[in-house]
Design a protein around this ligand. Structure first.
Ligand code: C5P
Length: 309
């Protein structure tokens, strides 16, 4: 890093996601579950800013809602991302300070931690001037976590494997979402462990994704509604019972369907239009089971550089 670069900063925005379908197969030998999932990136963004740090130093600070729950040590996924990128390029002397502004709910089932890892990969590769193409970024992302590749890619995609193997899917138009945040978060690993104990044997693979993909390609809201499903929903409810009230009673106010987002506990409502979303958002904000309400649109692009000075 040249001395003239001391004020350099690379600012990246990364979207959160909702799984329109999440079909889970039994646990594999490596401890992960084989998934068939349909991801949609939504317009709730974390911002990751990378600035130079002295030789070899990697550090992170986090601001925004839920920031106090995010670790600042080597277990932070954004730090792991910077470390991985640096080690693959044999450049241990490179340092970075990462500033993360959180808008995606922490531990909410919307891939907030994965978004920060994806943001750190992109921001550091630009700050450090490394020759890394999108395919290498996606490979590194998959090593960091199952949802990290999708945070980079964005849009709408079919995810298989443990969720890291992606195929972009057609999606016509834009969808209105309302997200009801719960009091507290859920650990993805605990939700999958509960699924193994109570649900795995009962779950039969469904032909969900075909109907959903056809619906998305033609903006057929009814087909999308019919195709939406989440095999982790029962486990998320078992571990956080108040979300059942949000899921069911929220629909009396508005939205065309509700679903637990990923491993929860955030509840996602797909809405018919802007009026429906406004109405629902106002109604949900008086629920005792709801900590906060956020509105978003999807699909939106994946991680992108906002500024590079
Ligand atoms: O991949 P990631 O580190 O985000 O996953 C967090 C945890 O969620 C894993 O340790 C695993 O317990 C669980 N998981 C799973 N199957 C997947 C993805 C995640 O069991 N396909």
């Amino acid at each position: 890093m040249e001395s003239s670069d001391v004020d350099a900063a690379v600012r990246v925005q990364v979207p959160g996601k909702v799984n329109l379908a999440l079909s889970v197969s039994p646990r594999r030998e490596d401890g992960y579950h084989e998934l068939t999932t349909l991801f949609m990136a939504v317009s709730l963004y974390d911002i990751v800013t990378a600035t130079p740090a002295r030789r070899g130093r990697l550090s992170v600070e986090v601001s925004g809602e839920g920031a106090d729950q995010v670790p600042l040590d080597g277990s932070n996924l954004a730090i792991k991302a910077a470390q991985l990128l640096r080690s693959r390029h044999g450049t241990a002397e490179l340092g970075v300070h990462l500033m993360i502004e959180k808008r995606i709910p922490v531990a909410g089932g919307m891939a907030g931690g994965s978004a920060d890892a994806a943001g750190a990969l992109l921001a550091c590769s630009v700050l450090w001037g490394l020759d890394v193409d999108q395919s290498e970024l996606l490979t590194l992302a998959a090593e960091l976590g199952s949802d990290v590749p999708f945070s980079l890619m964005g849009g709408c995609a079919l995810g298989t494997g443990r969720g890291e193997q992606l195929a972009p899917t057609l999606c016509k138009g834009s969808y209105e979402w309302v997200f009801a945040l719960a009091h507290g978060g859920l650990s993805t690993a605990k939700v999958f462990a509960d699924y193994d104990l109570y649900s795995a044997a009962q779950t039969t693979p469904r032909m969900i994704v075909d109907q959903l993909m056809t619906g998305l390609a033609s903006h057929d809201l009814e087909a999308v509604r019919m195709g939406m499903c989440n095999d982790l929903e029962h486990s998320a409810i078992r571990l956080h019972p108040p979300i059942l009230e949000t899921l069911e009673e929220g629909l009396n106010i508005g939205g065309i369907t509700s679903i637990v987002s990923g491993s929860g506990p955030t509840v996602a409502f797909l809405c018919a239009d802007d009026d429906d979303a406004v109405n629902l958002a106002v109604g949900l904000s008086s629920f005792t089971s709801v900590r906060a309400v956020l509105r978003a649109k999807g699909p939106v692009p994946g991680a992108r550089v906002l500024s590079n000075s």
